[in-house]
Design a binder for this molecule. Structure first.
Ligand code: SAJ
Length: 410
């Protein structure tokens, strides 16, 4: 049983690793030679708790390897990026490229699973690309020339991927019931959660729905924080009190919503349904408005200081990870640096060793140790609730202007 996983990022590599751990022979494919080399040396090119042990172990046992070309395999799992193009439409070009790589390797009978978060219709699109290149095959089941296409959206939480990959229930939607069943049998090898079968379109929409649900709920908290600021109310106290009601459970406000999922996926629904997806679009806009409001708040204080030093604590998109993708705090630091004519922004981000290039390029931004950054700062801007910030000695914040966007130091 050979499984080929295409795209060895935050989802593809852990999926490849747990499949190899479950006894499959797994060949990972990635366009980036440096990633391929790292993985073949048993290393992981990003931070994810528990992943490196499994990668190192399965590579050493010869069950996991990586390469840049797509090989022959019994099953393919596509976990490539689906970025935006145009006005928040999904760019399916990576899925198309993966499909074009798979098509020449097929003999009939193979399963092709799309894991990438995708708009409704993407699995059909992937199948069409392959069937156009190989018209001798069909999507109809149980024939010698059948191919099986399915969507199994990933739902793991970065930081807990190795646990959730095994424990979470999975939604599996084949283009045919037979494809769903083949997909289920493969995923049952590593997944202890329930495997719930549906159609590809419903599976695509279910994944988007989960993240839109969370986005809308965070937008509610963020809107409350904007209202509370204007009304002179502590939003965290407000939410804590309201959450005592047995049927109220409000999420936490913050500097915005980041990551490659919650800040992105709802747009795929909006892009498919511009006229009707009104609440979902508004929630996106509320959450996207938060970083600008944080920058305004800091600038208001900074403008009163001669050469202001701002300690920005955290630029990851959330706590205890090194992932800077779609990070509101990273954009806040960039915008602050741009707007400040004088002074410096010191970035304390314990999970990285170097600043992303756009911040590195700015003369008034430096990476600093937490203690040093706070000591030198006039304004301490807390952006991410990383553990070391939780335990930071708050005595050292006296005399400082503190802007705590996560309510960590209340
Ligand atoms: N956030 C808040 N307030 C909150 C909760 C989160 O401001 O109360 C912010 C975080 O700081 C972060 C963003 O939202 O910037 C997203 O963080 P998250 O921890 O809620 O979610 P992600 O993006 O890391 O992972 C989500 C998960 N989806 C859901 O919980 C519905 C995960 O299960 C998905 O697999 C993942 O998206 C994905 O890949 O789609």
């Amino acid at each position: 049983d050979t499984v080929c996983v295409i795209g060895l990022g935050y989802i593809g590599l852990p999926t490849a690793a747990v499949l190899a751990q479950a006894g499959k022979r797994v060949i990972g494919v990635d366009v980036k030679q440096t990633n391929v080399d790292a993985i073949n040396a048993g290393q992981v090119p990003f931070v994810e708790e528990g992943l490196e042990t499994v990668v190192a172990g399965t590579v050493a046992q010869g069950r996991l390897s990586a390469q840049t070309d797509t090989p022959e395999a019994d099953a393919y799992i596509v976990s490539v990026p689906t970025p935006f193009k145009g006005d928040h439409d999904a760019d399916l070009s990576y899925i198309e490229a993966a499909a074009r790589g798979i098509a020449p390797q097929l003999h009939g009978g193979e399963l092709v699973v799309l894991e990438s978060t995708s708009p409704p219709g993407a699995t059909e699109f992937m199948a069409d690309v392959i069937l156009e290149m190989r018209p001798e095959f069909t999507n109809e089941p149980n024939l010698p020339n059948s191919l099986y296409f399915s969507h199994a959206p990933e739902r793991v939480l970065p930081g807990r991927i190795m646990i959730e990959m095994v424990e979470n229930d999975r939604i599996i939607g084949g283009l045919t019931p037979e494809a769903s069943e083949m997909n289920r049998d493969l995923y049952a090898s590593f997944c202890d959660g329930e495997l719930l079968l549906t159609t590809a379109r419903t599976a695509e929409m279910a994944k988007l729905t989960e993240n839109a649900f969370r986005d809308v709920n965070i937008a509610f908290a963020n809107e409350l924080s904007i209202i509370s600021d204007r009304q002179g109310i502590d939003v965290w106290e407000l939410i804590e009190l309201a959450n005592h009601h047995p049927r109220v459970n409000i999420l936490q406000p913050g500097p915005g919503v980041g990551g490659h999922c919650i800040a992105v996926d709802p747009w795929f629904i909006v892009s498919a349904e511009r006229e009707t997806a009104k609440l979902i679009a508004t929630a996106r806009n509320v959450n996207d408005s938060k970083p600008r409001l944080v920058v305004d708040k800091v600038m208001d204080k900074a403008n009163r200081i001669k050469d202001p030093v701002v300690a920005a604590l955290g630029i990851a998109f959330k706590a205890n990870i090194d992932d800077l993708r779609e990070s509101p705090s990273r954009n806040i630091v960039g915008d602050l640096a741009e707007q400040m004519d004088h002074g410096t922004v010191l970035v304390a981000e314990p999970n990285i060793d170097e600043l992303p290039s756009e911040l590195e390029a700015r003369e008034n931004v430096q990476l600093a140790e937490l203690e040093d950054a706070v000591e030198r700062a006039d304004i301490v801007l807390l952006l991410v609730d990383h553990d070391p910030f939780h335990t930071f000695d708050r005595e050292k914040l006296q005399e400082k202007v503190v802007i705590d966007t996560k309510g960590l130091w209340r």
